[in-house]
Design a protein around this ligand. Structure first.
Ligand code: OFO
Length: 170
C-alpha cells in the first residue's frame, strides 16, 4: 500500500504527462500549419511518448491498488512568434517535468517507499535524455536553420525520427 501523499503526487504527475502529450501535439500542429513536416513528425512522436508516460503512471497507481483521479488537464497552449520558440519552450518544460519527477522521488525516498523510487528510476533517466534532445534541437536550430536551405535540411533530419515504445513494462 502506498502512502496517500505519494498517490496524490503520482496522480498529479499523470496529469502533467497528459498535458505534456497535448502540448507536444499542439506544437506538432503548429509546425504542420507551417508545412514543416519533419518538425511536425518529431513533435508528434514526442506526443506519443508522453502519452505512454501518462499510461505508465496510470498502470503503476492501479497495480498498487490505488485509484486514478481524473482531472482537467492543466496547462496553457501558447501561440508562437517564430519556429524557434516552441523548441526553447519545450526545453524549459522538460526542466520543469524533471523537477517534478525528482520531487516525487525525494518524497518517496524519505518514506522508504523503494517500490516507487524504483519505478521512477526509469523516468529520471528518460528526463535526462529528453532534456538533452530538447537542448540539441535548440542548438542545432541556431547553428543550421538560419537560412531557408538550412531549415529545409534540419526539417529533413527531424523527419527521420521513428516512434519506439517505452522500454519500461509494468
Ligand atoms: Fe514524460 O517525459 Fe518528458 O516530459
Amino acid at each position: 500500500m502506498l502512502n496517500q501523499e505519494i498517490v496524490k503526487l503520482l496522480n498529479e504527475q499523470l496529469n502533467r504527462e497528459f498535458y505534456s502529450s497535448y502540448l507536444y501535439l499542439h506544437i506538432a500542429n503548429y509546425y504542420a500549419d507551417q508545412s514543416l513536416s519533419g518538425f511536425e513528425n518529431w513533435f508528434y512522436i514526442q506526443a506519443q511518448e508522453e502519452l505512454d508516460h501518462a499510461l505508465l503512471f496510470r498502470k503503476y497507481i492501479l497495480n498498487n491498488g490505488e485509484s486514478v483521479i481524473s482531472t482537467k488537464i492543466a496547462g496553457d497552449f501558447p501561440s508562437y512568434k517564430d519556429f524557434r520558440e516552441p523548441l526553447k519552450s519545450v526545453l524549459d518544460h522538460e526542466h520543469y517535468i524533471t523537477k517534478s519527477i525528482h520531487n516525487i522521488y525525494e518524497q518517496a525516498y524519505k518514506l522508504n517507499d523503494f517500490r516507487t523510487t524504483q519505478f521512477l528510476d526509469w523516468f529520471v533517466k528518460e528526463q535526462g535524455e529528453e532534456e538533452k534532445n530538447a537542448d540539441d534541437n535548440v542548438k542545432r536550430y541556431d547553428l543550421f536553420a538560419s537560412d531557408a536551405k538550412g531549415l529545409f535540411m534540419f526539417d529533413n533530419e527531424l523527419s527521420t525520427r521513428v516512434y519506439t515504445a517505452p522500454s519500461l513494462v509494468l
